[in-house]
Design a protein around this ligand. Structure first.
Ligand code: TXA
Ligand code: MG
Length: 330
């Protein structure tokens, strides 16, 4: 199959709609990462997403809709959800509702909930408005690889496997949406992201972060898998261990290895400039840069030395979660 990359316009949108209604997959930009979309109402189309990505069959998908789409036709509303929607949507926040069962059961892998996201990205909205169906979409990468933040990243992973990539330029959010379960008495974050626990608690009073208990059936099945991993070897150092990272760097370079160092601005000066992949100085910049730099690392290094940024809380929760999983090993 030939994979076309097209800017978003009348012609490419018409083509995207035709493909989706035929049960094919189409990649599209959002403000977080690129999504691999398919018609959420069709078993066959949703199955294709899992096949194209090589995704485990028990990891449910998010349904994407435009702001005018009838949410109530898909899910049962929850008492405090309106406040969250008013505060954060459209935007990088996915809410997990009780499902009405109107989309393919394969979207939620048989769970009785449905994750719904309304992206803020103007071109994502234009696409969703044009097709006007619920679009199931995971990140448009090979399963377990680094999420794509440009059309080229999608092409690198899925060339020949999907017919069309809608190119909306680079994603400025940089990490996937916050996934927040609202089926209980207060919201619980299943996956940290740009809409932070602190921000949600500020609107509804309380918000917890889900920590899986030993032996418990996980509430967000995606959390149990290795994720976001570049193809090169990775070594992760704590913020206080920058000196050890420098020693490791010198050893590896002496051993003839091609090494890059992923770190925040504050410690970048310890390393030769040409070896540094600089995450930036604040949470928003680090989120925006993380996946791009992880993908860059695998093209030019056989060892990536990553030093955790020192900041905690807010957006850093999501950034650190990704960085640790990317460097975790199998
Ligand atoms: O920013 C994003 O969320 C991107 C863009 C494309 O919208 N999408 C994305 O999808 O990151 P994906 O499939 O890579 O991650 C979806 C996450 C997984 O961790 C999955 O387990 C969780 O959402 N999830 C989906 N449906 C769920 C449900 N019904 N209950 C609990 N977790 C769910
Ligand atoms: Mg993903």
């Amino acid at each position: 199959m030939q994979t076309e990359v097209q800017k978003i316009g009348e012609r490419s949108l018409a083509r995207a709609k035709e493909l989706l209604l035929r049960g094919e997959c189409v990649a599209f930009p959002t403000e977080t990462v690129y999504g691999l979309g398919a018609d959420a109402r069709s078993d066959e189309a949703v199955e294709r997403i899992y096949r194209v990505k090589g995704r485990p069959q028990d990891n449910p998908l998010i349904v994407h809709i435009h702001p005018g789409f009838d949410l109530g036709s898909l899910v049962y509303d929850e008492p405090y959800a309106q406040k969250l929607r008013e505060a954060f949507l459209p935007g990088p926040l996915t809410l997990v509702y009780r499902s009405r069962g109107r989309v393919s059961a394969k979207v939620s892998c048989g769970l009785d909930t449905l994750a719904v996201r309304v992206p803020a990205h103007p071109e994502a909205q234009r696409f969703l408005r044009y097709v006007d169906i619920p679009v199931a979409a995971p990140s448009a990468n090979r399963s377990k690889h680094v999420s794509p933040v440009s059309a080229q990243h999608v092409l690198d992973d899925l060339n020949g496997k999907i017919p069309l990539i809608l190119d909306g330029g680079p994603c400025l959010g940089g990490i996937e949406s916050t996934v927040c379960d609202i089926t209980g008495p207060y919201p619980v974050i299943l996956r940290a992201g740009l809409v932070t626990r602190e921000m949600i608690a500020g609107v509804v009073g309380r918000c917890d972060e889900y920590i899986p208990q030993e032996g418990e059936k996980v509430r967000s099945p995606g959390m149990k898998y290795k994720h976001y991993a570049p193809s090169c070897e990775t070594k992760l150092f704590a913020p206080a261990d920058a000196a050890a990272a420098l020693a490791e760097y010198r050893r590896a370079v002496q051993g003839g290895r091609r090494v890059r160092v992923l770190c925040e601005d504050a410690v970048a000066g310890m390393f030769p400039a040409e070896a540094v992949l600089d995450l930036g100085a604040d949470g928003a910049a680090m989120a925006e840069n993380l996946y791009r730099l992880l993908r860059e690392a695998e093209t030019c290094a056989d060892l990536l030395i990553a030093i955790e940024p020192a900041g905690r809380g807010g957006v850093m929760t999501g950034v650190l979660n990704r960085l640790r999983k990317a460097c975790a090993g199998e």
